[in-house]
Design a protein around this ligand. Structure first.
Ligand SMILES: Cc1cc2nc3c(=O)[nH]c(=O)nc-3n(C[C@H](O)[C@H](O)[C@H](O)COP(=O)(O)OP(=O)(O)OC[C@H]3O[C@@H](n4cnc5c(N)ncnc54)[C@H](O)[C@@H]3O)c2cc1C
Length: 312
């Protein structure tokens, strides 16, 4: 995780997305023939995945509210339900989807993670998707499962253990890595702001000479320095096998909240040009503002941190 964090920070300094094999950590749960079918093509960069947990009425509380279900069908399963806001679903090759398999137990042993080919009969994705302001193209979709027949080979991990597997994906793959995703963009925004502040002259002096501008640069630098140390520390602790769920919630929360305010400062320093689409700042801002919602909102990260503080 530490190596990945360092590399991802560098990738995210660049405004042009660098293509790389994005291997979901839970895909390493693949066993037997699943390895060649689902894991290896993703490592090789030949196939991509999406992660389907959220539903129209199940966002922050997926364990309690999830309606998508899989019922036993001979040796296999019959999957029914609709997921929403699923990133990259239409263009992806492989879907990792959570479904209720025991309504009594739900998140305590009653949710299973399935891994399947996106073109499996019964999987319907409306290509129109759900346009958001996140990027120039639509990348979130509604995914409907209509009597999708799955075999035992489609179970990722163990039956009934899909909720904790999803939490592992969220903690490590999504929340912890939001640290480096934010850091690269924040550092780029600061470097651009320093360069611009030195060159832009108003009332006879560069704006870099004004304390109002200097303090924005300092606040950005402080956020970056603090986020970087906590991200790298949590990555190293995750590598050491520690349970860092609550600690990673701190990284995720700060990446979203501080990331958005750092970009807000950068846009202000750059004034009209800050809003121009010729610069990457508004694009960076949208992605970092989104980090306060996607992967568990900033409020939910605070809930997780409070639970750790009060309950342990
Ligand atoms: C661009 C984008 C991409 C996404 N990609 C994916 C994806 O690939 N896969 C996937 O499964 N999902 C994805 N999502 C869904 C995302 O994870 C959810 O939107 C998010 O978890 C919040 O759920 P919700 O929108 O239903 O909000 P709700 O759960 O309805 O929350 C509404 C508000 O109430 C607050 N709130 C809720 N509960 C509490 C509480 N207990 N205490 C305090 N405040 C609370 C929330 O913080 C929020 O502000 C994506 C969403 C977006 C916008």
């Amino acid at each position: 995780m530490l190596a990945q964090a360092v590399i991802l920070e560098e990738f995210n300094y660049c405004a042009v997305p660098f293509p790389f094999a994005n291997v979901a950590n839970i895909l390493y749960e693949c066993k037997g023939e699943q390895i060649d079918r689902f894991l290896r093509p993703v490592i090789d960069g030949d196939k991509t995945t999406c992660f389907a947990q959220t539903e129209a009425n199940a966002g922050s509380d997926p364990g309690g509210m999830m309606q998508t279900k899989a019922v036993r069908d001979g040796e296999g399963w019959l999957l029914n339900g609709t997921k929403m806001w699923i990133s990259n679903a239409f263009g992806s090759d492989i879907i990792m989807v959570q479904a209720v398999t025991d309504p009594e137990k739900r998140q305590r042993g009653g949710i299973t993670m399935f891994v399947l080919d996106r073109h499996t009969p019964g999987v319907n994705i409306d290509p129109t998707g759900l346009p958001t302001w996140l990027s120039g193209r639509t990348s979130q979709y509604i995914v409907n499962f209509d009597n999708v027949r799955l075999g035992p080979e489609n179970v990722l991990g163990e039956v009934g253990k899909g909720f904790s597997l999803g939490q592992r994906w969220l903690t490590i793959h999504d929340r912890l890595l939001r640290g480096p995703y934010a850091l690269g963009k924040m550092q780029r925004a600061l470097d651009m702001s320093i360069a611009w502040a030195k060159q832009r002259v108003t009332f006879g002096k560069p704006i870099a000479d004004r304390q109002a501008i200097q303090w924005k640069l300092v606040d950005m630098h402080v956020d970056i320095t603090a986020l970087r140390s906590m991200t790298y520390e949590m990555a190293a602790r995750a590598d050491a096998g520690e349970d860092v769920r609550a600690e990673v919630a701190v990284v995720k929360m700060c990446a979203g909240d501080w990331g958005a305010r750092t970009l807000d400062h950068a846009i202000q320093v750059h004034r009209a040009m800050g809003e121009s689409l010729e610069l990457p700042l508004t694009g960076f801002y949208r992605l970092l503002r989104h980090a306060q919602i996607g992967g568990g909102t900033s409020e939910i990260q605070r809930v997780l941190i409070a639970r750790k503080l009060l309950v342990g």
